[in-house]
Design a protein around this ligand. Structure first.
Ligand code: GUN
Ligand code: ZN
Length: 620
């Protein structure tokens, strides 16, 4: 079973349970050759490997190994007592031509040697011809369906193939993830070897669009750390790598931005155990075998450093930034950014409402992050201006509304920010106040901002002549909960705004003496109280803001317990991770209020984990 703990983009810090222990994702599984243990799995573990991957086909082919594996198990073959994933020989078949093994036989063999995660014998499709890719995919699907009947207690990985045909990939993702425990994306090694990163991004995105969000996704053969940040961002949870050893055999040094030949270096920019002990010269003078072992260690250490960097970036919400910085290290990775940019609408579904760290400009692609797309979309669809007339002002110090002159203007004040128009009332929400752009941004960002500005048009306005604080709470509610939420919440009744004595910022809002919302200092958004939820529930029709839970969960929610994903029956398509939501029963009666941890697709897919953190239950 797979459970998400933290997220950024489509990347997930997750826990995958296996019989030999838990794998924390994004995970790197080093490839171990059962014949030659160049680096011992115990050392891999110390570098950060939760799990390793080895090839069952190689074991199967060797009579002595096969007998030992069947007798003592695969864990004793490679001397590793953690989770072991096994591959099936598909790749060998692709590289060396016909491999003599039966598709079902090799799955049974993996089961019998005690593999934790086995892999089907999929057909490795590397072709730009969709007819061939389709034919091969049909065979892979046939094998997958048959293989699941023989998996026993073993988790089974059913590989998504389909060449570079996006429709085939999506279709494969859908079919495979219904039956699979783990869903690898296969057939991509040649794309990476030829640095076709744009095609790689296309293939990952298309596959992910079909794959159930609750399934862990493995990217087969993604060895170079250069692709980890981007692949993780697009939703790949596991990687396996033999690059560390393959490159070592060619005297090539892996670094986060690329690979360099040892003989072309004067010093290695690394302080791992090997690099702090040996100079380039000393390494070059070693016997080949010894040098390969030393470089392999360094390469693996670099790969794990990048995996840890990715996990840290997920934890503090800066993965987009890391991806953009890595893209700058290779022109073909830049091409992949062009592909990602075109999918921002889909990517936005998975993006959290706010992040721990400020939005940092990292280059020409920053403005294409889904968060900026969301901001501009919500301004268009949800923001209701307060006046009939509008003035545009140049960007000043943040937060913009500190400037009293701006607050006093009886017109809509729109600030021309680096990423587009920002209504003055929204100057404190994420990422407006929590963003850092250089004073002079690049020309394409400027063009983007201008385009957003030009596409802004208001069809109606409130025209209530309310003061700035009132306008602010109304607009934040509109932006956060939906068009006119501010009118429903604060449009009538006796409104009391309580501010922080220390910072002067809005903290709580009361309507007719009832506490309806609090404003978070960290991201400028509201947390919704039960009294506020009642108002929105009354005015917004189903399914707006709703998470509908099954009858058996109702008493627990009313009691203030969290909503687990397996109890969610339906939810609003517009809910994003960390959005405020109305928890309702099957008859759309309000039973609680809370903060979503998942979007709708995830709530309906996951069987494990919290879908909504309940803030207050409505006890009858
Ligand atoms: N190793 C690298 N690529 C692949 C693939 O597409 N399928 C399998 N089973 N193993 C791989
Ligand atoms: Zn090193």
């Amino acid at each position: 079973m797979f459970e998400i703990k933290e997220r950024d983009g489509l990347a997930r810090i997750g826990k995958l349970e296996t019989k030999h222990g838990t794998i924390t994702t994004p995970a790197l599984l080093p490839v171990v050759n059962p014949h030659i243990l160049t680096i011992k799995p115990a050392i891999m573990k110390r570098l950060g490997a939760d799990a390793i991957i080895t090839n069952s086909y190689i074991i199967y082919k060797d009579e002595a190994l096969r007998e030992k594996a069947l007798r003592d198990g695969v864990h004793s073959i490679v001397s590793f007592n953690g989770p072991i994933m096994t591959d099936s020989g598909s790749f060998q078949m692709y590289v060396y031509g016909d491999v003599n093994v039966d598709a079902i036989e090799i799955v049974r063999f993996q089961r019998d040697i005690g593999s934790d995660i086995g892999t089907i014998l999929d057909i490795f499709s590397y072709t730009d011809d969709s007819t061939i890719a389709k034919r091969e995919l049909e065979e892979t699907i046939k094998r997958a369906k048959e293989s699941v009947r023989h998996k026993g207690e073993m988790l089974l990985a059913l590989t998504v193939q389909g060449g570079v045909d996006e429709r085939l990939r999506r279709y494969a993702g859908k079919i495979m993830s219904r039956m699979a425990d783990v869903v690898p994306i296969g057939g991509v090694v040649p794309l990476m070897e030829n640095q076709r990163y744009a095609d790689l991004a296309r293939v990952i995105i298309a596959s992910k669009k079909g794959i159930e969000p609750s399934k862990p996704v493995h990217l087969f053969g993604a060895g170079h750390p250069m692709v980890f940040p981007m692949a993780a961002l697009l939703g790949c949870d596991m990687f396996d790598s033999s690059s560390y050893i393959k490159y070592a055999r060619d005297d090539r040094i892996i670094l986060p931005e690329g690979t360099v030949r040892l003989k072309d270096m004067k010093e290695i920019p690394c302080s791992c155990e090997i690099c702090s002990k040996y100079s380039v010269e000393e390494l070059l003078e070693m016997e080949k075998e010894e040098r390969v072992e030393k470089i392999a260690f360094h390469n693996l250490a670099q790969a794990f450093a990048e995996i840890k960097r990715v996990r840290e970036a997920i934890r503090n919400g800066s993965l987009w930034e890391l991806v953009e910085r890595r893209a700058a290290s290779h022109p073909m990775l830049m091409e992949a950014m062009e592909v990602i940019k075109r999918h921002k609408k889909w990517l936005e579904k998975w993006e959290s409402i706010s992040k721990k760290r400020a939005f940092m400009y990292a280059g020409v692609y920053s403005v294409h992050r889904p968060l900026i797309y969301r901001f501009n979309e919500r301004i268009k669809k949800r923001y209701v201006p307060h006046f009939g007339e509008t003035v545009f002002v140049e960007e000043t110090r943040k937060p913009y509304s500190r400037d009293e002159r701006l607050r006093k203007i009886s017109k809509n004040v729109i600030v021309k920010s680096a990423f587009g128009p920002v209504p003055l009332e929204l100057d404190e929400i994420y990422p407006v106040a929590q963003s850092l752009f250089p004073e002079k941004v690049d020309i394409s960002t400027r063009r983007y901002a201008r385009r957003m500005l030009n596409s802004l048009s208001f069809s109606s306005s409130y025209n209530w002549r309310k003061d700035f604080d009132m306008r602010k709470i109304i607009s934040v509610a509109d932006y956060q909960f939906g068009r006119h939420a501010g009118k429903y919440l604060f449009g009538n009744g006796d409104i009391k705004i309580v501010k922080s004595k220390r910072t002067g910022k809005i903290r709580n809002v009361y309507v007719n003496g009832k506490h309806v919302v609090s404003m978070r200092a960290s991201d400028g958004f509201f947390t919704l109280k039960l009294e506020g939820a009642k108002i929105l529930h009354e005015h917004f029709p189903f399914p707006k803001m709703r998470v509908m839970v099954s009858d058996d969960a109702e008493p627990f929610i009313r009691d203030g317990k969290n909503v687990f994903a397996k109890f969610v029956m339906n939810a609003d398509e517009e809910i994003r991770p960390y959005d405020e939501v109305l928890i309702v029963n099957g008859r759309d009666e309000l039973i609680g209020v809370g903060q979503a941890i998942m979007n709708r697709d995830e709530m309906l897919s996951f069987e494990r984990g919290v879908a909504v953190k309940t803030r207050e239950g409505l006890n009858t």
